[in-house]
Design a protein around this ligand. Structure first.
Ligand SMILES: [Zn+2]
Length: 430
């Protein structure tokens, strides 16, 4: 943002709207927008967008045909009639610049045991410069940054000089199908910004992610004769250990990876949910484990799936019971490609310049060991997508919190990015 005057105007506008932004974020965090329960949160957002005069498209995922599209992830036991998505279109008075998608997810992961939180996870509170609550960091504060960056332009008497789409999606934490649905519905722009909590660092790359369910059988007998039965929970451990060993081998190979060679153990395996058995004194007849494993750029999903299947089959062959009762592997959730944002894009240059003008330092980039929604835009629709946003702590853990000073500064950077990417038109101040 070389224009010093513009920077001052936007900073003043963000200041003027700041209390409103924090109150808005607090309300956003108070919605327990867990998977399948995002409706009230999305409806509240949609109403606020409409009040701003933006044209709002509110729809649910069951209304969008996307199973055939690259990047789609399969789901089981999920009711997509409840998966509400919101896309607001903000049209310019006159078009001079480049169009932009601002996208953020409002789905949050479960809070875990309430007693591990200092305060209840959906009763947000501001303390010592942090706003606490599930989703405060990942990524409701980023959503507030993109919305209030748009508000700052208007308060400053400016409108973006190109179409801006402000999108709040769901399913980011499990499939990415929310982001994909916006593209399936036809929304496109010349760049996309997703303000995930990166602490003002650009996400250069993200790993791919696959979710799968291991389904294991056992033979139920009275534990008094356990030797005549077979314990499905213990059989599941055999498979879990085999997949940990596979992960170690993949990470060994990663030491020469073009992008990830300097990231220690970039591929993570996580048995995340386990259920099984029916009775303390019966050998369990069943066990299911929901798992997540990463994959690096250069490995296809098909190759990664084959490796998991081979590992499970091999481990089963070596086990007395499993050899005759092969476990099932069910692909349920994320089937997400790894993604590299190749350096040199115009969008990255513009963001880097604004970052530097406001923070006085060069924008750095990092290699992520998680997944984000940028892959859809860049990989399948040729829209450069930047993952860059505010910062905080405790994502997916307890006492999750957003750093409010960094949020304010990031809101200014995003406002500057919108102004420089889209150009601006003077309008009457509100
Ligand atoms: Zn996130």
């Amino acid at each position: 943002m070389p224009d010093h005057d513009l920077k001052t105007r936007l900073a003043a506008a963000i200041d003027a709207n700041w209390d409103r932004q924090v109150a808005w974020l607090k309300q956003l965090v108070s919605f327990p927008s867990l998977r399948g329960q995002e409706g009230p949160c999305q409806d509240w957002i949609a109403r606020g967008f409409a009040e701003r005069g933006w044209s709002v498209d509110r729809y649910t995922l069951d209304q969008v045909s996307m199973d055939h599209l690259p990047g789609h992830s399969p789901v089981m036991d999920t009711d997509y009639t409840r998966a509400v998505q919101v896309v607001a279109t903000v049209r310019p008075p006159t078009t001079k610049g480049r169009s932009l998608i601002l996208q953020g997810h409002v789905d949050v992961v479960p809070a875990g045991p309430a007693e591990m939180w200092t305060r209840p996870p959906f009763e947000p509170v501001v303390r010592d410069g942090y706003l606490y609550g599930r989703g405060a960091n990942d990524m409701k504060q980023g959503v507030s940054a993109m919305v209030f960056a748009m508000d700052a332009l208007r308060t400053a008497g400016l409108a973006p000089a190109a179409d801006v789409y402000v999108e709040t999606v769901t399913e980011e934490e499990c499939t990415g199908n929310g982001a994909l649905s916006t593209l399936a519905r036809g929304y496109r722009a010349e760049a996309c910004l997703i303000p995930e909590p990166t602490a003002n660092v650009l996400a250069r790359a993200s790993v791919g992610v696959m979710w799968f369910r291991l389904r294991v059988r056992g033979i139920p007998v009275h534990v008094a004769h356990a030797q005549t039965g077979s314990n499905a929970i213990m059989s599941a451990y055999v498979l879990i250990n085999a997949i940990y060993e596979l992960t170690a081998r993949i990470n060994e190979r990663a030491r020469t990876h073009e992008w990830y060679k300097d990231v220690p153990d970039p591929v993570k395996f996580n048995p995340g949910v386990i259920r099984g058995g029916d009775w303390g004194s019966s050998t369990p007849a069943w066990c299911e484990v929901d798992c997540r494993i990463g994959l690096l750029p250069g490995t296809t999903l098909e190759e990664a799936r084959d490796e998991v299947l081979r590992t499970v089959a091999e481990a089963a062959r070596g086990d007395h019971f499993l050899a005759n009762n092969p476990p099932e592997v069910i692909w349920n959730g994320f089937q997400a490609d790894a993604h590299v944002l190749h350096p040199g894009s115009e969008a990255e240059a513009v963001l880097g310049q604004v970052h530097e003008d406001i923070l006085g330092t060069k924008m750095t980039a990092r290699l992520g060991t998680a997944v984000n929604d940028t892959r859809f835009y860049d990989l399948y629709y040729n829209v450069k997508a930047l993952c860059y946003g505010p910062g905080g702590q405790g994502s997916h853990g307890f006492d999750e919190r957003a750093d409010l000073a960094m949020l304010k500064q990031t809101t200014l950077i995003i406002a500057g990015f919108i102004a420089d990417w889209c150009g601006t038109v003077e309008i009457a101040t509100m």
